[in-house]
Design a protein around this ligand. Structure first.
Ligand code: PMP
Length: 307
C-alpha cells in the first residue's frame, strides 16, 4: 500500500487499499479495454488547503474516452468529481497528490467486443515531482505515434499506452530520459505522457489536436496562460522534427509531468540547455494556477477541504 493511503474508491464506495480487485478473466485484462485519467492536487502551505486541479475537466475527458472506445459507465461528471474529492477527504491527505480514475470492463468471461459491465476505481496517492528541473534529454522515437485511423490518441484509452511504452523503453535503452514520437507523416506529435511546445523564431508553437495527440489538459492550461497572462499568441500548427533541433526552447507538459524543459533532442542541445525565458514564465504561472493564484476566474483549482 502507498504510505498514508487507507482507502480507494470502487464504484463510489470506499474500499481498503488491498481489497480493490478485478477478475483475471475480465475484458480489460484480456484485451486492454479500459480508459483512465491522471490528475494532481497541490497543497498550499500559505492557505493550509489542498487544491485539486481541473478535476471536472478530467472527468469530462474520462466520459469522452468511454464514449469513443465504447465503454458503458457513469456519465455524470459532477458526481464523479465529488466522489474523487470525497476519497481524498476520507484519507485525510494533506500534501501533493496524484489521482487516478480508471474504468474497466469487468465481465466474467471477457470478449473483445464487450462494452460492459464497467467498474470504476479511483485512487489518490502522495506524489512529488515527476521530472526533475535539470532538463530532459529526449530521443525522437523510431516508433510512430499511433494515429486516429488505428487507435484514438485524443482520448486516454489504456491500450494506447503500449505505443508510448515502447518508445520510452527504446529511449531509456539508448541513454535518454524521455521520448517524443512523430506522426505517421513525420510531424512532431507528443511523448509518453506529455504534450510538447517549442519557441522558434520568437513564436510559441504546439501541434494541433489533429496531429495524433492526447488533448492534454495541461496543454490547454498552458495555451490559456500564454495568451492571457503573457499576451502571447500561440501558433497551433504542425511541427517538423528538425524545427525542434533549431528551436530556442522546447518544453513538455502534462498533469504528472507538469511543465518541464527539454535540454536536448537527439543530443542536439536546445538553446543553451537550460530552461528558456518563456518556459520559465509558463512554469511559474502554472505553479500559481494549480493553487488558484493565477487564472482564478477559470475556477481550475478546487479546494478539497471546507474553508
Ligand atoms: N499525452 C499523453 C500520451 C499523456 O498520457 C498525457 C498525460 N495524461 C498527456 C499527453 C498530457 O495530458 P494532461 O495534460 O491532460 O495530463
Amino acid at each position: 500500500a502507498a504510505p498514508g493511503v487507507r482507502y480507494l474508491l470502487h464504484d463510489g464506495e470506499l474500499v481498503d487499499y488491498a481489497d480493490a480487485r478485478l477478475h483475471v478473466l475480465s475484458t480489460t485484462l484480456k484485451y486492454g479495454v479500459g480508459v483512465f485519467e491522471g490528475f494532481r492536487a497541490y497543497w498550499s502551505e500559505d492557505d493550509q488547503q489542498l487544491y485539486a486541479f481541473r478535476v471536472e475537466d478530467h472527468m469530462k475527458r474520462l466520459v469522452e474516452s468511454m464514449k469513443v472506445v465504447e465503454i458503458e459507465g457513469p456519465r455524470d461528471t459532477a458526481a464523479l468529481t465529488e466522489q474523487l474529492l470525497g476519497l481524498i477527504r476520507a484519507n485525510g491527505l494533506r500534501g501533493n497528490l496524484h489521482m487516478r480514475a480508471q474504468v474497466f470492463v469487468d465481465s466474467s468471461d471477457g470478449k473483445p467486443e464487450d462494452t460492459g459491465p464497467s467498474t470504476v476505481f479511483m485512487a489518490a496517492i502522495p506524489m512529488g515531482n515527476y521530472f526533475g528541473t535539470s532538463g530532459l534529454h529526449v530521443q525522437i522515437s523510431s516508433w510512430a505515434r499511433l494515429s486516429d485511423r488505428s487507435m484514438p490518441p485524443r482520448v486516454k484509452s489504456i491500450a494506447n499506452y503500449q505505443n508510448g511504452r515502447l518508445a520510452l523503453l527504446e529511449a531509456r535503452r539508448n541513454g535518454y530520459d524521455a521520448t517524443l514520437l512523430l506522426t505517421e507523416n513525420g510531424h512532431v506529435a507528443e511523448g509518453a505522457g506529455y504534450n510538447v511546445f517549442m519557441v522558434r523564431q520568437g513564436r510559441l508553437c504546439t501541434p494541433p489536436v489533429t496531429e495524433s495527440i492526447l488533448e492534454g489538459i495541461t496543454r490547454d492550461s498552458v495555451l490559456h496562460l500564454a495568451r492571457t497572462e503573457l499576451g502571447i499568441d500561440v501558433d497551433i500548427r504542425p511541427i517538423d522534427r528538425t524545427e525542434l533541433y533549431s528551436a530556442d526552447e522546447v518544453f513538455v507538459c502534462g498533469s504528472a509531468a507538469e511543465v518541464n524543459h527539454v535540454a536536448s533532442v537527439d543530443r542536439t542541445v536546445i538553446g543553451d540547455g537550460t530552461a528558456g525565458e518563456t518556459t520559465r514564465h509558463l512554469q511559474r504561472l502554472y505553479r500559481q494556477a494549480v493553487i488558484g493564484r493565477v487564472a482564478a476566474d477559470r475556477n481550475w483549482a478546487t479546494p478539497v477541504y471546507p474553508g
